[in-house]
Design a protein around this ligand. Structure first.
Ligand code: 5GP
Ligand code: ZN
Length: 113
């Protein structure tokens, strides 16, 4: 989608700190680091949200999540990690290209919640 900022990140029009890439998926650091290493995982195919997500794209997206989570674990040594996905503005989605937040957790004062 031409006016989607995450599509622009995928095609390099907007710079990003890349964490992982394969044929179907791109992962990069969130511009607003809620916790250190806060990462967004997105499908290269533009899908708006979970309601718009076809099964093949869902499988490709979630297949990459354990690899990326383990990379974050190795790099940042968090004590845990939240995966989070907002769908629809009522549910706090602000960018309408589906994304999974990976939020490394360090302690009770790490900035999340
Ligand atoms: P949402 O609120 O839709 O679940 O999450 C959207 C996320 O995208 C936010 O955490 C926001 O910081 C992040 N974001 C928005 N614009 C950009 C950008 O241009 N670059 C990066 N790396 N992250 C962005
Ligand atoms: Zn998009």
């Amino acid at each position: 989608m031409s006016d989607c900022i995450f599509c622009k990140i995928i095609n390099g029009e907007i710079p990003s700190a890349k964490i992982y890439e394969d044929e179907h998926v791109y992962a990069f650091l969130d511009i607003s680091q809620v916790t250190e290493g806060h990462t967004l995982v997105i499908p290269k195919k533009h899908c708006q949200d979970v309601f718009d997500l076809d099964e093949e794209t869902a499988a490709n997206l979630f297949k990459a999540v354990p690899k990326i989570a383990n990379g974050i674990k190795a790099a940042y040594a968090p004590k845990g990690l939240n995966t989070l996905n907002n769908n629809g503005s009522f549910a706090d989605q602000s960018v309408f290209h589906i994304h999974i937040h990976l939020l490394p957790r360090y302690d009770e004062n790490d900035g999340f919640k």
